[in-house]
Design a protein. Sequence first.
Length: 75
Amino acid sequence: MEKHARLNITLPQYLAKELADVSSEMNNKKSRIIAEALELYFDELDVRIAENRLDEIGDDESTVPANDVWKKLGL
């Protein structure tokens, strides 16, 4: 069973109302809606972080194309 952490958060009133409305409409707990929203948001942040790292690398010759790595690994 997955462990959960209890958090106390403060939201702007408009978000709290929208959360309550969605919770009621979807018949889902507010905590579950927040958890799902955070998972989606973190996925988006992962993409942004990866893009930032690629921008930092640029066209540096120290990078190795993925195909070369896969070929060397026999994949």
